[in-house]
Design a protein around this ligand. Sequence first.
Ligand SMILES: Cc1cc2nc3c(=O)[nH]c(=O)nc-3n(C[C@H](O)[C@H](O)[C@H](O)COP(=O)(O)OP(=O)(O)OC[C@H]3O[C@@H](n4cnc5c(N)ncnc54)[C@H](O)[C@@H]3O)c2cc1C
Length: 326
Amino acid sequence: MTTNIYVIVEHRNGVLRDISWEAVAAGKKLSADLGAELTCVLLCGTGESMAPQLASEVPKVIVVENPVFETTNSEALILTLKELLKPQGSYLVIMGASNSTLDLAPGLSVALNAALATDCFSLEVKNERLLASRQIYSYKINSVVSFKNSDRVVLTIRAGSFQFSPVGDAKGTITNEPCPIDEGKLRKRFIKYVEAEKGDVDVSSADIIVSIGRGIGDEPDLDMFQSLADSMGGVLACSRPIVDKNLLPKYHQVGTSGVEVKPKVYLALGISGAFQHLGGIKGSPLLIAVNKDARAPIFRVANYGIVGDLNEVVPALEEKIKSLKG
Ligand SMILES: Cc1cc2nc3c(=O)[nH]c(=O)nc-3n(C[C@H](O)[C@H](O)[C@H](O)COP(=O)(O)OP(=O)(O)OC[C@H]3O[C@@H](n4cnc5c(N)ncnc54)[C@H](O)[C@@H]3O)c2cc1C
């Protein structure tokens, strides 16, 4: 039976990333389900500000400081985590599924001789067995996996799958452990972050998003959609086919290979609701969908749906909004 849960937290520029808090949420859930002790592991340049934040949410925080952890280096992380975790008994290791953990998680599972399930969107305990849900075949099929004869498991969790609700009064302990690595012997080194292209609009921080999909047709009147977005005080975003057709730049694309958004209102126009698109919409916005096909998958997740042609619905919506605004 699993006795310990270790959440490996991720940070950038000295700030804990959202995905780390979601991993903490997953850790808290499994800690309650399994009766296992929850510990956050923070490998960083300095834990001064991040460690107390974690300690206000979980019972234990282990900090290992080394300048190499200011950025990301899976080799250094694996070597350190191996030293920390190898002597422990049975445990689960949880981390976010992110660019940084793409090589960290499998490498660590090999180093620890642990089972691995990546990009899990749900974790459950049934009859004392851990079940992890993940998607396979380009997200077409959900699979539920269990871990045979394994008392060590490494899990990564998909962004947006576990909701973190801060408590703030955990009064956890903070323990500093020495860093076991010799930086000079590392074969991998971090060179630099390359920031994604920044555009004239930042859809990632917009509260109101009007998002257009392939349903706008081959010769769309983009001004009509921009005008609706303007009337709502929102910004224009899109699904991937719109970027593929060069109708909008990449930084407008919402989804797993685009931008993650956290709006209050998301109006999806002519978007079918593919998982890769919905995967970019975090939290629970008010999701309104307009689609001419009543069976479009987006209607399964939308709060409100309008079955109709965009060319009729969009001008009507804008007129209504303008008349309401006076
Ligand atoms: C590895 C990978 C990563 C991906 N990443 C992303 C991503 O980040 N973001 C993303 O969006 N996609 C991504 N995709 C693509 C994704 O799988 C879908 O193909 C894409 O989201 C579909 O876009 P869509 O809904 O605009 O188009 P479609 O699926 O073609 O849907 C168009 C919708 O418009 C409706 N429609 C048509 N005409 C009208 C009309 N006149 N009025 C009203 N409705 C109309 C149709 O009924 C249909 O439901 C990715 C795919 C892969 C394999």
